[in-house]
Ligand binder design. Structure first.
Ligand code: SF4
Ligand code: SF4
Ligand code: FES
Length: 336
């Protein structure tokens, strides 16, 4: 079967192939990506071929200048994550037939990551974030003697199996909308690993970890876009682990941060009026006595006014709000 592949080429020397098609710069928020050019290849492969088969065939038989990173070809090593038709996937797990749209498949390095060449991106941002969460056990004392195991209940380890499945491919970070606009965000993979260790009953530093993960760039900077859940090839579902970390951090007393204040303001408003008071949400999230922070939000407020999006000045409760309050009472927790 014949497949057409459009490959995003980037060459730091600027020496693009003669028949390359000029590409277009990416719109924000993907504006960190260098301008690339798209080059079209045609390959003959069996129906069941994957994107990586096509790239290897191109590199081996048509264009040895094409740079592509891969190793296992079995969705294990995580090295072939790249953008296929605008989202991060493992090239060795993506069937060409399923990805062919309008007669072609577009393949390129993820624009949120620095490009080294063609389809090979620099994974330094990924590994820096990974290391920043201290992804290793800081074991509780006393340690068992060397000839004995550190025994924990099976159930508590089953809770962590999902995160252990991570193959560090970076697909979740490549598509993370928060990372695309904020390079300091720890990102989905690092935070999923953070939960793996913070949630381990053998770890002695859970409280300190939760304090660190609650700082700017941590768990509260996730915007719930779900890209990491959708794109992860191993079912790690990083967003779910981030939500667990948030609950753990609040339970551990880390509530003096914009994220917790935002969640509190949201829940309090819905409990008392049945709907969100958008007028007070931003000031309460920033902190009512945080004058510098409040001043920083002024440009956004002015932009909203200019766009005619100012919420109503008088916030009215919906009819039957008592039923909403009853739900809060029944669910319990901090907003009972
Ligand atoms: S859900 Fe959060 S962590 Fe996951 S991709 Fe979206 S912003 Fe990033
Ligand atoms: S969480 Fe999933 S997508 Fe992210 S690095 Fe691990 S395996 Fe890849
Ligand atoms: S080549 Fe190893 S995951 Fe694709």
């Amino acid at each position: 079967m014949q497949f057409t592949i459009e490959v995003g080429r980037y060459n730091p020397d600027g020496n693009y192939a003669a028949d390359a098609v000029p590409g277009e710069p990416y719109p924000p928020p993907w504006n960190r990506s260098p301008v690339r050019r798209y080059q079209t290849y045609t390959v003959e492969l069996p129906d069941h071929a994957v994107v990586l088969d096509a790239l290897i065939q191109i590199r081996e038989y048509q264009d040895p200048s094409l740079a592509v990173r891969c190793a296992c070809r079995s969705a294990i090593c995580g090295s072939c994550a790249m953008w296929i038709n605008g989202h991060a996937h493992l090239a060795c797990k993506s069937k060409l037939q399923e990805f062919t749209k309008n007669g072609k498949t577009r393949v390129e390095s993820a624009p949120s990551m620095p490009v080294i060449r063609d389809l090979v991106c620099d994974m330094s941002p990924f590994w820096d974030k990974h290391l920043a969460v201290k992804p290793w056990l800081q074991a509780k004392e006393p340690m068992p003697p060397p000839d004995q195991e550190y025994r924990v209940p099976n159930a508590s380890m089953e809770e962590l199996i999902q995160e252990v499945s991570c193959i560090s491919c970076g697909a979740c970070l490549m598509d993370c909308e928060s990372f695309a606009v904020n390079a300091d965000f720890l990102g989905p993979q690092a935070l999923a690993q953070a939960y793996r260790y913070a949630g381990d009953p053998r770890d002695a530093k859970t409280k300190e970890r939760l304090g660190d993960y609650s700082k700017p760039g941590g768990v509260w900077d996730c915007t719930h876009c779900y890209e990491c859940v959708t794109q992860c090839p191993k079912g790690v579902a990083p967003l779910e682990q981030i939500l667990k970390l948030r609950r753990m951090a609040v339970d551990a007393g880390y509530t003096n941060n914009a994220g917790t204040r935002h969640a509190d303001a949201f829940a309090t408003s819905v409990k008392h009026s049945g709907r969100l008071n958008e007028l007070t949400l931003m000031p309460k999230s920033t902190g009512l006595f945080n004058i510098v922070g409040q001043l920083k939000t002024l440009p956004s407020a002015i932009n909203m006014m200019r766009a005619g999006k100012l919420p109503p000045l008088i916030h009215k409760a919906i009819p039957g709000v008592n039923r909403i309050k009853a739900i809060f009472e029944r669910v319990g927790g901090r907003f009972k």
